[in-house]
Design a protein around this ligand. Structure first.
Ligand code: TXA
Ligand code: MG
Length: 318
């Protein structure tokens, strides 16, 4: 198992040696290594068991460092960066030539973000290279939101996990690009569409629903627990599956008062931020229970609710 701690100097030492570490961010934990070294990028793909066609995000701690790896920074995306960085927003920007194609899976654009987590920012400030960091889960599984989640699955393959507590946002970053004079959103995430549109006006959605996307980014089946997950009206689902061993993830109401251990309520007050922060822990908790089916429901389709429902849909594809 990995060591879990808060030693930034030790984390830095490992990164300078091209090793990969568990990194807390405000969204989910990342599996981090030097974004400019092919050796560490290769290690990330291998630890995650990630196909090489799925590119990685480069994390930096300042706009200056972001500029140092990109050729251009279109004005609308600059506006978004100014508003939301550090924060759960990833921008796709034309890469400089020294950024390895291994990082971008051969694409001309590199994904960049400044995470909003004090430990991640301290570590990034202490080094002079960006950190490549996909979510620290085996490819296709639910993203980790605690150091323990990372250790449970990848602890045998990495030596250190920086412990930054529970991730406050709990959903991955929103991914945005600028193409043909238009801002496009590619992944719903921790910054809502409404928040983005407040800053730069209407944006176009280009969110991949296919299981074989022509551009990498969003596979249809993703974020999946190992148990089958059904989404619908919970009382109806309970009735239809009354002979099965099921657990329930509900938005705000209890349905299983007789077996509270098998139920996870995302937010008793109906708060979408709280629900987002709890979602991935709830999915992992269900996977740990002695059940064979997860019943759940959509949350209201506004603000972070869109991203929560997107993750539920992908988790339901088996
Ligand atoms: O919140 C987050 O974004 C977390 C934390 C650790 O920062 N990271 C994360 O990384 O979710 P990952 O690798 O699990 O998801 C990144 C997504 C992938 O779907 C990838 O295909 C897409 O970003 N992506 C990365 N670079 C891209 C590029 N150049 N063009 C299109 N999509 C890209
Ligand atoms: Mg991921």
């Amino acid at each position: 198992m990995a060591i879990i701690g808060t030693d930034i100097a030790f984390a830095k030492e490992l990164l300078l040696d091209d090793q990969v570490i568990g990194l807390p961010t405000e969204t989910v934990y990342g599996l981090a290594g030097n974004a400019l070294h092919e050796k560490s990028i290769t290690a990330i793909f291998s630890v995650k068991n990630r196909p090489s066609f799925d590119p990685l995000i480069a994390h930096v701690d300042s706009l200056e460092k972001a500029y140092s790896i990109v050729e251009e920074f279109p004005l609308p995306l600059q506006k978004l960066a100014t508003h939301f960085w550090p924060g759960p927003l990833t921008l796709l920007l034309p890469k400089k030539s020294h950024v390895p194609f291994l990082l971008t899976s051969g694409l001309e654009k590199v994904a960049v973000r400044i995470p909003n987590h004090p430990l991640a920012l301290d570590l990034l400030r202490s080094i002079d290279f960006p950190l490549a960091a996909p979510s620290a889960n085996p490819f296709g599984y639910v993203s980790p939101t605690t150091a323990k989640h990372v250790n449970d699955q990848l602890g045998g393959k990495i030596s250190y996990i920086l412990n930054g507590g529970n991730c406050k946002v709990g959903l991955e970053s929103t991914i945005v690009s600028f193409e043909d004079n238009q801002v496009l959103i590619h992944r719903l995430g921790g910054i809502s569409v409404e928040e983005i549109e407040k800053i730069i006006g209407p944006i176009k959605r280009d969110i991949n629903e296919s299981s074989n996307p022509k551009a990498p980014g969003m596979l249809k089946a993703h974020y999946s627990p190992s148990k089958k997950l059904l989404i619908g009206n919970i009382p109806d689902l309970m009735m239809a599956h009354e002979n099965r061993d099921f657990g329930i993830i509900s938005f705000k109401k209890p349905f299983l008062s007789s077996k509270p251990a098998r139920e996870f309520i995302l937010s008793a007050t109906g708060d979408l931020h709280e629900a987002a922060a709890n979602l991935f822990s709830a999915l992992r908790k269900m996977d740990d229970l002695d059940i064979d089916l997860i019943l759940t429901e959509f949350v209201p389709e506004n603000g972070l609710g869109l991203a929560i429902n997107d993750r539920l849909k992908r988790a339901a594809v088996s």
